[in-house]
Design a protein around this ligand. Sequence first.
Ligand SMILES: Nc1ncnc2c1ncn2[C@@H]1O[C@H](COP(=O)(O)OP(=O)(O)O)[C@@H](O)[C@H]1O
Ligand SMILES: Nc1ccn([C@@H]2O[C@H](COP(=O)(O)O)[C@@H](O)[C@H]2O)c(=O)n1
Ligand SMILES: [Mg+2]
Length: 486
Amino acid sequence: MHRSYHMGSKSVEDMIEALSGVHFSGFHMKGLEPRNAEKLTTSLGAQNVHKQPFVIGVAGGAASGKTTVCDMIIQQLHDQRVVLVNQDSFYHNLTEEELARVHEYNFDHPDAFDTEKLLDSMENLRLDRAVDIPNYDFRSYKNNVFAARRVNPSDVIILEGILIFHDPRVRELMNMKIFVDTDADVRLARRIKRDTVEKGRDIGAVLDQYSKFVKPAFDDFILPTKKYADIIIPRGGDNHVAIDLIVQHIRTKLGQHELCKIYPNLYVIQSTFQIRGMHTLIRDSQTTKHDFVFYADRLIRLVVEHGLGHLPFTEKQVITPTGSVYTGVDFCKRLCGVSVIRSGESMENALRACCKGIKIGKILIHREGDNGQQLIYEKLPQDISERHVLLLDPILGTGNSAVQAISLLIKKGVPESNIIFLNLISAPQGVHVVCKSFPRVKIVTSEIDIGLNEDFRVVPGMGEFGDRYFGTDDDDDSQQLADQGY
Ligand SMILES: Nc1ncnc2c1ncn2[C@@H]1O[C@H](COP(=O)(O)OP(=O)(O)O)[C@@H](O)[C@H]1O
Ligand SMILES: Nc1ccn([C@@H]2O[C@H](COP(=O)(O)O)[C@@H](O)[C@H]2O)c(=O)n1
Ligand SMILES: [Mg+2]
C-alpha cells in the first residue's frame, strides 16, 4: 500500500496546501455553509506553527539559590531537552581602566550586562539555531569567547540571573517566571563563603562590594522585579514542594499538543501509559474485535468523562450523614448526546453510563465519494436548542462530517458554545477546519494523529472504526483466528 502524508508537523505552506486540497474541493454543503469557510484558506497563513521552546526565567538576589533551583529542575526534567543560559555569560568585558579600578565597578547594575547580545542568542535559540554562549570567569572578570559553550535549541530554555526580569524584552520571552526569595542574611553568608573560597577574594573586599553595590542594587533593581514573577520560591533549593510543582507544570505544558496552543477550545486528554497502551491495542490491525471493543470502550469512557468536565455547574450544599454541610456542585441537567451514525453510536453507552437517562439524538451523514458530504437523516430532541450537546464521533478526519453536524445543530438553535465534540482521534486538518469554522465549539480528543493519507483516511489512524467496533469488516475475529492457525 502506498501512502502520501499530506500533513504532519509540517511548514505552514505545506499545511495550507494540504488544507486547500483536502477540504475545499468538492465540499458539498447543501445549504449548511460553515461561516468562516472562506477566511479559513487565507487566515492560516498567518499562523506560526513552529515549535517554540518553553522559556523559564529564574531571578533572585545573588547567592539566593537560583543555580541550585535550576539544577534541581533540570535533574527532574531528565527526559526532556533542557538548556541553562546564565545571565553572567553576558557580562560586558571590562576595559583596562575599569579593570584597574575593579573595586569601583558595579556588577549588580543592569548596565553591567550586554542585554542586546542576550536577546540575540535567545532569538536564535527560539528560531531553532545553535548559539555559542561565552564563558564568564569571575576571577579574571573576562568573558572568554574562545571557551564559549555551544548551546543547541531545546524544548526548555532556563534563563537564570539576578536581573533577568529587568528588561521587558527579556521578560516577554518567558513562559514562566520564578523568583527565588531567600533572606538577605542567608544570601550574604553564602556570598562570603562563595567569593572567598571559589573566587579567591578577600573578605574585606567582599563586604565592601556588598554594602556599596550589591545591597543597593538588590533594593533598587532586583527586588522591584519580584512582582513580575509567576511563582516565588521561598528558601530556594530547600523548597522541594515548590520545585515538584514547577516540574509538574512544565511537564503538562510540554505535553500539550501544538494545536492546543493555537486553539484554546481544543482539549487533548493528558497522555498516560494506560492511555498509550489502549491506543496501541485499538490501532493494531491484528487486535481482535473483542479486544478492540473492550479498549475502545475504555478510551471512550475517559473522553466522555473529560468532556462532561467542560459542562457548566452550579454550587450545591448537602448535609452529610454526620450532619455536616458539604459544599459541592450540581451537574448540568439540560444536556443531550448526538451521535453521528454509525461510528458515533459506539460512544452512546459510555455517555448513558455517565449521565443517567440522557436523551440521545442521531445524525446520518452520507459520504459522496471521498470528499463530499450530505446530511440525509436527523432525529434530535425537540428542545435541543436549550441543551448542551455532546456530539459523538470517534474520528475527526477531514472535518467535513463534523462541520455538517455542527452546522445542523446551530441551525436547530443550539448556541455554538453549548456544543462539545467528543472523539478518540483527530487529524490536524479536521481540527483546523472545525476550530476555524466554529471557534466556540469545544473539541475533546484523546490523541492527535499525523494527518490524512491520499484517501483522506487518518494516519496512523485505526482503520474504519465502525466496521471494527460493530464487527462488519472483512477481517473479523474468525478470519483472524483462522489466520493465526486456530
Ligand atoms: N538550600 C541551600 N542550602 C545550603 N547551601 C545552599 C543552598 N542553596 C544554595 N546553596 C549554596 O549557596 C551558594 C549560592 O547558591 P547558588 O545556587 O549558586 O545561588 P545563585 O545562583 O542564586 O547565586 C552555593 O555555594 C550553593 O552551594
Ligand atoms: N566579576 C564579577 C561579576 C559578578 N559578580 C557578582 O556576581 C553576582 C551575580 O551572580 P549570581 O550567581 O550570584 O547570580 C552579583 O551579585 C555580582 O556582584 C562578581 O562578584 N564579580
Ligand atoms: Mg547562579
